[in-house]
Design a protein around this ligand. Sequence first.
Ligand code: GLV
Ligand code: MG
Length: 339
Amino acid sequence: MRSAKDFFRPLAVGAPTPITEVPARPSRVIHFFDPSNAKMAAKVPAMVGTVDVLLGNLEDAVKADRKEAARAGLVEIAKATDFGEHTQLWTRINALDSPWALDDLTTLVTEIGDKLDVVMVPKVQGAEDIHYVDRLLAQLEAKAGLTRPILVHAILETARGMVNVEEICGASPRMQGLSLGPADLAADRRMKTTRVGGGHPGYLVRTDPVDGDVTGARATAQQDLWHYTIARMVDACAMHGIYPYYGPFGDIQDVVACEDQFRNAFLLGCVGTWSLHPVQIEIAKRVFSPSAEDVAHARRVVEAMGDGTGAVMLDGKMEDDASLKQCLVIVELAERLAQ
Ligand code: GLV
Ligand code: MG
């Protein structure tokens, strides 16, 4: 039976860096800000406590001539801000084949390594990328005298990264989780979408013709472009005991589609998502928390199942050892969120 201990990632055997304990933590909302944008940066201190993660983004969406300013801005914000117990500080560094990634890691770990919880690495292709970051972090942490390991989160946004998703998850005991990067992944796969996340009205199924009449009216339903990818990512993360996250939803005004996409990811096993705008924060918090009804039902099943074995009938439905495990997922999530 799962317990709260399961929220702490077990150590991988034969890992490249000897880390004795990795206090990984799931989070519903990873809120992105651009540290080179003074207006956005000024809002950061007031957001502490309102989101699980504040992430200073250095990669895409920051212009090439603002990379150094973004890095320096993040150092300044981190030094000036007390993030308290409930909000973590993460960063998304530039891609490992860009001119900035090495300086990002060196500067951030040296200057604010004591405040930085997780480094998000974009465009990860395979375990070798994680090994590279892991070794660099180990050196920089040792030099800075840091005792708490900085964790690593990879974005799945290349076809090669998707193919190597299992080895990426298990590449280091620093691995905290994965996010889907639907925009870069769509481009790399040569999908024909132009949005950041979400669906496409042309990706649909149509009912068969009635009585063979191919000209007659037939219902259609839009399909989820990301179902396969998210399900695959969730399996790989579950296998390695790390956390899967949805990622960005770029149409800030379409709060309905945003909520649908987040909810699909939640139901498939994701623990959280990114927010690119404050309106997405409340959506993410609501969606990635189990409903009061689901929690009440799950508690009834736990209660009815007694020692956790056998089968009982509740409201005409059969519950057994396996449905108990599903209910425990909901109960434990509710308990953790209440802490
Ligand atoms: C995120 O980085 C994406 O490419 O969707
Ligand atoms: Mg991307």
